[in-house]
Design a protein around this ligand. Structure first.
Ligand code: SAM
Ligand code: SF4
Length: 345
């Protein structure tokens, strides 16, 4: 699978630095827009998914990742849609593991809904994956079914157990939803910390049109999450970073970490080191902006990677300073029309 993965000497690897001096060292790659769940804040009930021909093949995804790694990407996160429902996705993980072996890549991770983890956890660990993020918004099976529309909580729990048994470090992510899982923040933290897992809460972001409840009705600022947790725990600021946008606190009672991701109320753009690539090879330089670059055409136009490198360089030169998400009563439409499952979380 790595026939094309060498960088030609002519365009030899300079790191990718954007106009604001930030080095791009973290790439999130969405390998599919499909998913076995239909989470109410992420997808509408009846989604139209992309035709297969539009998707990058696993070989193209491998080439693309190799090109970024050659230019200084140290951390690669595979996401989706649900990455583990992509047919033969383990082929891609096996191929990418060569960059961990060579030391060019420091970390290969995955964000998953956990539904397929019981099947794939051991193989992921064998490919050198050390940490994974599992999305879990509730511990209540009926609520889980309502939130995901199709999901089975027991299956996700079995997946989390399998991941831990395989030695993967698991971080749980929950989207904080007003009136939906507010009453579970404390129990989610206890559940995670009892098992040695970090727990991170995410503010709902205005991505994609939904047929469910209006965003403004789902939105809960992180300060409310913290207030809720502070009723049960003593939270202490800590200086822990994982290369992502989360800010962490320690819960003194459990000794565990709680992360907060606040894309709307806190601007974390100044330290942004990452870009995202969709499953069709569209490079988004910022999650919150529409500007994008097509990498599929250069990938398909030539077996040599020179065109691909030129397209990546040109795109990084346009990486914006920051995003401008808005959720308020006056702005009911999403700031960005694409769904989270297109860009990847
Ligand atoms: N299917 C995988 C999963 O659920 O973990 C990976 C893709 S999913 C799009 C990545 C993350 O984005 C999940 O943690 C999900 O909860 C989060 N997410 C989806 N839509 C969101 C939204 N509108 N606002 C905030 N987070 C969102
Ligand atoms: Fe699927 Fe993840 Fe979106 Fe839920 S959040 S619908 S699991 S892609």
């Amino acid at each position: 699978m790595n026939a094309h993965s060498q960088t030609p000497a002519a365009s030899a690897p300079a790191p990718l630095i954007d106009p604001f001096g930030r080095a791009v060292s973290y790439v999130r790659v969405s390998v599919t827009d499909r998913c076995d769940f239909r989470c109410v804040y992420c997808m509408s009930e009846h989604m139209t998914f992309l035709p297969r021909k539009d998707l990058l093949t696993l070989e193209e995804l491998d080439r693309l990742c190799a090109a970024f790694i050659a230019r200084g990407t140290k951390k690669l996160r595979i996401t989706g849609g649900e990455p583990l429902v992509r047919h033969d996705v383990m082929k891609l993980f096996r191929a990418l593991s060569r960059h961990l072996v060579s030391g060019a890549l420091e970390e290969l991770t995955v964000t998953t809904n956990g539904s397929q983890l019981a099947r794939f956890a051991q193989e992921l660990a064998d490919c050198g994956v050390k940490r994974i993020n599992v999305s879990l918004d509730t511990l209540d099976p009926a609520r889980f079914r309502t939130l995901t529309r199709t999901g089975d909580l027991a299956r996700v729990m079995a997946g989390i157990d399998a991941a831990r048994a395989a030695g993967l470090k698991v971080k749980l992510n929950a989207v904080a939803l007003k009136g939906v899982n507010e009453d579970e923040f404390v129990s989610l933290v206890r559940f995670a910390h009892d098992r040695g897992m970090d727990m991170t809460f995410i503010e709902v972001m205005p991505l994609g049109e939904l047929d469910g409840p209006a965003r403004v009705d789902q939105y809960l600022p992180m300060s409310s999450v913290r207030d809720r947790l502070a009723e049960a725990f003593t939270l202490t600021e800590i200086d822990y970073r994982t290369g992502g946008p989360a800010r962490y606190m320690r819960t003194e009672e459990t000794g565990g970490r709680v992360g907060f991701i606040t894309p709307l109320t806190h601007n974390f753009c100044e330290s942004c080191n990452r870009v995202r690539v969709t499953c069709t090879g569209t490079l988004f330089m910022c999650l919150g902006q529409e500007d994008a670059a097509d990498l599929r055409a250069p990938l398909r136009e030539s077996a040599d990677d020179a065109l691909l490198h030129a397209a990546i360089e040109a795109a990084i030169r346009r990486k914006p300073k920051g995003h401008d998400f808005v959720i308020d009563r006056a702005t009911q439409a999403p700031s960005v029309a694409r769904h989270m499952s297109t860009t990847g979380g």
